[in-house]
Design a protein around this ligand. Structure first.
Ligand code: AMP
Length: 277
């Protein structure tokens, strides 16, 4: 397993990788969700590049950038047995050197949901992913369905900016009670960890209605709100029933649909989603 920090090191190591290359971008503090992306990349490509970079430009001023969990030694030990060829861990100064002033903004699909609650977030995400694509030149790039709007933004960007690669979307890996794995779950302790299962319960209840034939977006959202309201430690930020690609809210569910939500459990902000249809 090769390690690169600066861009010259990465480029030099990349040249020696012949055949299909899969890229798995992460912010580290790896868990089984990240590892599932690496395993899928490994199964579909000759070589895998993993990036670990806590991207400052996707964090808002009052978000948890400085407190975001980091443990490089543990991360490297976790991925070593998976056969990753190259790990790139650039610093913020390498990604955004003095004088930096170029940004990627994906428009409509960035605006609702997470975009509305975290202004500037997807500008930071799209910019860093475009840079990762440019430097690592992958044939396939792997992202988790867990971050559904990120997937929609990156798929749009890859088409719009003519990146010659496939964006591969991998299923959400969950804990036994259904909680989607996330580096931020580390913040959840005791009763808060228990309460966090309510996101999965709310999504499951709405899915059950859908499977029974319900197609009203309002009714499906109402069900999610009802379940969330029964958990006193959960504070709802939004629930959504939207078109999978455009993220436009749907009055009537038709075709591939995204049920999604953001919920505060104490101070920890969690997101989750199910795909219907
Ligand atoms: P992050 O380190 O949170 O930026 O995540 C890196 C990648 O892992 C993103 O594509 C995420 O969507 C994906 N990911 C995070 N959590 C999960 C999960 N529970 N299941 C599947 N993929 C995930």
């Amino acid at each position: 397993m090769n390690l690169a920090i600066n861009i010259d090191e990465l480029r030099e190591a990349r040249i020696s990788l012949t055949g299909k290359v899969g890229l798995v971008p992460t912010m580290g503090y790896l868990h089984e969700g990240h590892l599932s992306l690496i395993r899928q990349a490994k199964a579909e490509c000759e070589h895998v590049i993993l990036t670990i970079f806590v991207n400052p430009t996707q964090f808002g001023a009052n978000e948890d950038l400085s407190k975001y969990p980091r443990d490089m030694e543990r991360d490297l030990a976790l991925v070593k047995p998976l056969g990753v060829d190259l790990v790139w861990t650039p610093s913020a100064e390498i990604m955004y050197p003095t004088g930096y002033q170029t940004w990627v903004e994906v428009e409509a699909v960035s605006y609702p949901l997470e975009g509305a609650n975290r202004p500037g977030h997807f500008k930071g995400v799209a910019t860093v992913v475009a840079k990762l694509f440019n430097v690592t030149q992958p044939d396939k790039a792997y992202f988790g369905q867990k971050d559904a709007q990120q997937v929609a933004v990156i798929r749009r960007m890859a088409v719009d900016l003519n990146f010659p690669l496939d964006v591969v979307v991998c299923p959400t890996v969950r804990e036994a009670d259904g909680l989607a794995m996330s580096s931020r779950n580390k913040y959840l302790e005791g009763e808060y960890r228990k309460a966090a299962g309510v996101l999965f319960k709310a999504l499951s209840a709405a899915k059950l209605l859908y499977e029974g034939g319900e197609r009203s977006g309002e009714v499906l959202k109402g069900k999610m709100k009802e379940v969330l309201a029964n958990e006193p430690l959960a504070e709802l930020q939004y629930v959504s029933c939207a078109d999978y690609d455009t993220l436009k809210e749907l009055a009537i569910v038709k075709g591939k649909t995204l049920l999604s939500m953001a919920v505060l459990i104490g101070k920890t902000r969690l997101i989750d989603n199910f795909v219907l249809g």
